[in-house]
Design a protein around this ligand. Structure first.
Ligand code: ADP
Length: 496
């Protein structure tokens, strides 16, 4: 199956509105490219405001029946979706690797399996949509209900599209909302396949998935008057525009945005397992196209050079190449725009007098890697946390290493960022590690590990990294339900 995908002519995919697979009203399309070969692989509809309106109206019509469906029955449908997602994970993973350049073995396959787990996790939570009773006194019954909000508008990016899509679909539907989701223009194919699997089980209109560009399709969704909740994953800049649209209509909003996450390495950690952890935290095998990438490494001055030498050895051993090859560790950057941006940061680093290139640099100009948007792991050492490479989210495999001697200084630099998504602390002294973890202003701090996101973990950012939490029961309750209080006077006179 997967091989036939790779050999076939241009795929032609449609979007899902009201249970039907449709083209855009305008008939316009978007061409999806395989970034590892820079070749077109598919066309999908280019949705705009008219398509958004049709999808939102369908979700609006589907809402009353879906919201009244017994939660346990909604959960059962999600569990069935999980089973098929699991059974077809290889097909989904190969499509994903093909369209977004993430390596099959290290990224796309684990993502497809984790996505099945997300449906399974939320499917099992339907009975947790519980309310409370409030002790107002013997003559009053006062209780709260968790009610869905209505039509949810969701917008997702391309870097982990099925996982991030499932993190909108599963909790929103479990809680009784209906959904219109816009896939990212660079990686819509695996999301559409996941949608196809969902649609085998869901009533029409409950889930609608659009393809299109941000300004004409995403913005129309964010601004649609019938959308009662917005959930966005992507850049901080677009997140702000989504929040402005939400403010205009007083619509609740969840935002999972960018990051420039610190890794603090203590002097007792000049060891191989920590170097492996840094490679994982930096998400080198996802070309560091991850908002949680630990891209600022505060490395104790005593171990600075020896640790970087070990890191060089490990990073240079990563095999970069065809995402579909089982031997590949690291695939390609998503598109030309991102590739050019990453190269721009590397050039800036090379031009800076204070910075030292430890390894890596600009991508090769010839040979097999020049066929696609392949970047190489790169580390710059610099004493400053203030330069552009240490402050801006690069979304590419460029790590900045900064030495420290005083712990307070390291934590101060770690917190000196407008982002606050993830952080990593490395030390054998657990008390010290936890003190640092508590002092760091980030929504997710890991001590002595770089990977490891599991369903149930409340995931989300501090500061400009976002608002709200995903991945967890609390995330579902906070993001996709609203509470209603009902108070009954039990002293109502009895008639008759
Ligand atoms: P990235 O840099 O990761 O591509 P973006 O924030 O640009 O992040 O894109 C994330 C998602 O937001 C994509 O689905 C994209 O189409 C969408 N998007 C981009 N611009 C807008 C916009 N102005 N309004 C709504 N959605 C947008």
């Amino acid at each position: 199956m997967a091989d036939t995908i790779e050999r076939s002519a241009l795929l032609n995919r449609k979007m899902l509105i009201d249970g039907e697979w449709v083209d855009s009203v305008s008939g316009q399309t978007i061409t999806v490219e395989n970034p590892a070969k820079r070749q077109p692989i598919a066309i999908v509809p280019r949705g705009n405001a008219e398509d958004v309106d049709r999808a939102v109206q369908a979700a609006y019509r589907a809402f009353p029946a879906w919201s009244r469906t017994v939660p346990r029955d909604r959960g059962k449908l999600l569990l069935k979706i999980a089973e098929v997602m699991e059974a077809r994970h290889e097909e989904i993973a190969r499509l994903l690797a093909w369209e977004n350049g993430n390596a099959l073995r290290t990224q796309a396959r684990p993502e497809a399996k984790n996505t099945a787990d997300i449906f399974r996790y939320f499917g099992g939570l339907a009975s947790e949509l519980k309310g409370e009773t409030i002790p107002f006194g013997e003559h009053v019954l006062s209780y709260t209900r968790r009610e869905p909000l209505g039509v949810v508008g969701a917008i997702i990016p391309w870097n982990a599209p099925i996982l991030l899509g499932a993190l909108k679909i599963a909790p929103a539907l479990c809680a009784g909302n209906t959904l219109v989701m816009k896939a990212a223009e660079d990686a819509p194919l695996a999301v559409l396949l996941m949608t196809e699997i969902c649609q085998e089980f869901l009533p029409k209109g409950v889930l609608n998935v659009l393809t299109g560009y941000g300004p004409d399709c995403g913005a129309a969704l964010a601004n649609h008057p019938l959308v009662r909740k917005l959930s966005f994953t992507g850049s901080t800049e677009v997140g702000k525009s989504v929040m402005r649209a939400a403010a205009d209509r007083i619509v609740p909003v969840s935002l999972e945005l960018g990051g420039k996450s610190p890794s603090i390495v203590y002097p007792d950690c000049d060891e191989d397992w920590v170097v492996d952890g840094i490679v994982g935290a930096m998400r080198f095998t996802r070309q560091s196209q991850s908002c949680t990438a630990g891209s600022r490494m505060f490395l104790h001055a005593d171990i600075f050079d020896s640790f970087l030498a070990k890191l060089k050895k490990k990073a240079e051993a990563l095999k970069i190449g065809d995402p579909l090859d089982e031997a590949t560790d690291m695939g390609s950057i998503i598109n030309n725009k991102q590739f050019t941006k990453v190269c721009g940061y590397v050039s800036d680093g090379l031009a800076r007098k204070d910075a030292k290139l430890v390894f890596g640099g600009l991508p090769p100009k010839d040979g097999p890697l020049s066929e696609g948007y392949f970047a190489i792991p790169t580390v710059f050492a610099d004493a400053s946390n203030d330069w552009r490479l240490a402050r801006e989210e690069i979304f590419g495999p460029v790590l900045v290493a900064i030495p420290w001697r005083d712990e307070e200084d390291a934590i101060r630099m770690a917190n000196d960022s407008h982002y606050g998504l993830a952080a990593y602390v490395w030390t054998h002294e657990i008390g010290r590690g936890l003190r640092a973890a508590h002092a760091i202003q980030s929504g997710w701090v890991q001590v002595n590990q770089g990977l490891g996101q599991v369903p149930g973990h409340s995931y989300g950012g501090y500061k400009q990294s976002g608002i709200g939490r995903e991945f967890s029961l609390e995330g579902m309750l906070d993001s996709y339900t609203q509470r209603k209080n009902v108070t009954v006077n039990l002293n109502t006179p009895v008639r008759g």
